[in-house]
Design a protein around this ligand. Structure first.
Ligand code: ZN
Length: 96
């Protein structure tokens, strides 16, 4: 039995037998991304990770570039305060 055909997550190319495909494994909360030869992926897969088939180095680089963009966005979002602390009145007022 042949494995089901993959499509590259970046360029939609179908997997051929001779391709040197890689798997991008993105860990939750953008902790990191790992690239491995697709043949070396262990089953069962970790359900917490995102697996994306990539047709080669070029698409792996593009994938990583997107990942870094996403990472930058996340950090930017963390830098800008989304809500100012609207705490209820603090104990600054002193009633005599
Ligand atoms: Zn590709």
């Amino acid at each position: 039995m042949e494995a089901p055909p993959y499509l590259c997550k970046i360029c939609d190319a179908p997997k051929l037998k001779t391709n040197h495909w890689q798997m991008a494994i993105t860990r939750p909360e953008l902790e990191g991304v790992i690239y491995q030869p697709i043949e070396s992926i262990e089953e069962p897969r970790n359900p917490l990770f995102i697996y994306e088939e990539l047709c080669g180095d070029t698409c792996s680089l593009k994938h990583h570039s997107r990942y870094l963009d996403e990472l930058r966005k996340r950090f930017k979002a963390m830098e800008t305060p989304e809500e100012t602390s609207n705490d209820t009145e603090q104990k600054t007022s002193s009633h005599a």
